[in-house]
Design a protein around this ligand. Structure first.
Ligand code: NIG
Ligand code: FE
Length: 418
């Protein structure tokens, strides 16, 4: 299929020369074209520009049948990239959410066998088919809200068998879904009940059994550790990341959500693609990140849902860092994968400008998926993942009108899916 979208009120996040990421002041750069067209053929973007520059000659050599769309009054954006989710899970956890409202902390709930261990128990009881079907519905929902690429973590298995089960479900989703999916092995998400008091043995299991088996089946692109107070130590994290790297898995880790855990520095030391959460980020952490190729990634939905402190994003950007915003879609700390809401929270809670927040949910999350050469902007040759909005007044309206769906149609790999 080829798609020609004409009379686009504003074509947003176009790039003549694709950036790898946008950092510091440059996060305010967002190139757009008013009254524009966009042409895709097959899976990729073929051409774009001002309507005044459109010529039917562009259509002459198309090898595929053409669908034309008139987007008068509507804008076109690159589809969101969501670089951090746990969207394969069994069952919801609204009872814990009530306990949270009553005042229990995330750590207290975890200590009582709730939290991640609760999801691990349910995942153990669920079949691959059930996990696939529920995750598939979540994928359909996030696609309808404008997401075109997503990272999915394991980490509710916590045994070799169940971690492999989760990763096989993710592989099947990868094969079947039009959404671009990256898999992240998160065996070190929590210590399972049977290893309580023997955390070191569980770490050995991850290193000596899980990682080699995950790698042998090529089930993961990345490796993750929940490096934080009450979960995994820096030393354990480093050992796990080292083994992961030996098996070709790049690190993308959970860090500094609950404390100044040293997780950010550990991630930087092992050249992590991203370090995520980062509520506890101070001068030393910013300094370490400035010397790195690691994408600092914030998950405002989780901070919002858990009522936590918000990461000092303004300080981070003003210091020159790039920043990405992802959903953290999971049953415990963010039961929503709505990236439109994440965009709004970026502006409202982190005081990001619309341009900064839009870069944070497109090109910078594409980087955090190791896909910024193919996704995250409207550029010639990139994958044709984009959405057409409902009629909207300005770019700023997108984060401003929080809570309503501004997305009307979505195309992934050059095909309309919504
Ligand atoms: O990213 N922080 C660690 N893990 C998840 C929460 C998972 C859960 O509570 O089920 C997170 O927020
Ligand atoms: Fe997470």
């Amino acid at each position: 299929m080829a798609i020609l979208i004409k009379n686009i009120k504003q074509l947003v996040q176009i790039e003549e020369e694709p950036a790898v990421w946008r950092a510091g002041k440059d996060m305010q750069t967002l190139h757009t074209i008013q009254d524009a067209f966009l042409l895709t053929e097959g899976e990729t973007i073929k051409a774009f520009g001002a309507m005044s520059a459109f010529s039917p000659v562009l259509l002459q050599n198309l090898k595929e049948s053409l669908t034309e769309v008139d987007a008068t009054g509507k804008m076109v954006f690159p589809a969101f990239c969501d670089s951090h989710t746990h969207l394969v899970y069994a069952g919801s956890r609204e009872i814990e959410y009530i306990n949270k409202i009553k005042g229990l902390s995330y750590e207290e709930i975890a200590k009582r066998g709730g939290g991640i261990l609760n999801s691990a128990q349910r995942l153990h009881e669920a079949s691959e088919e059930e996990l696939f079907d529920s995750a598939w519905q979540r994928l359909e929902e996030i696609a309808s809200l404008g997401t075109g690429a997503v990272e999915i973590k394991s980490g509710y298995g916590l045994s070799t068998e169940d971690e492999l089960k989760m990763l096989r479900v993710i592989r099947k989703l990868k094969e079947k879904s039009p959404i671009t999916i990256r898999a992240n092995f998160l065996g070190a998400h929590a210590v399972p009940v049977e290893y309580r008091g023997r955390q070191d043995c569980y770490v050995e299991l991850i290193i000596n059994e899980m990682i080699p088996m995950v790698a042998a089946e090529e089930l993961a692109d990345f490796i993750d550790v929940f490096c934080d107070k009450g979960f995994f130590t820096v030393e354990e994290t480093e050992r796990i990341l080292m083994q992961g790297m030996k098996y070709g898995l790049r690190a993308k880790i959970h860090a500094n959500e609950l404390d100044y855990s040293g997780g950010i520095q550990a991630g930087v030391k092992y050249n992590a693609l991203s370090v995520d959460h980062l509520e506890y980020t101070g001068e030393a952490e910013i300094e370490a990140l400035l010397q790195s190729e690691t994408m600092p990634t914030l998950l405002p939905g989780a901070a919002f849902f858990l009522g936590m402190v918000y990461a000092p994003v303004r300080k981070m950007i003003d210091a020159g860092l790039p920043v990405a915003l992802a959903s953290d879609f999971n049953p415990g700390s963010c039961p929503s994968g709505n990236m439109q809401l994440v965009l709004s929270m970026g502006c409202i809670k982190y005081k990001m400008l619309s341009e900064e927040a839009l870069n944070a949910v497109t090109i910078n999350t594409a980087y955090a998926l190791d896909l910024s050469d193919r996704l995250g902007s409207i550029a010639k040759g990139k994958i044709a993942n984009f959405f057409i909005t409902k009629p909207v007044s300005t770019i700023e309206f997108m984060p401003y009108a929080f809570g309503s769906n501004k997305v009307e149609r979505v195309a992934l790999n050059g095909q309309f899916v919504v």
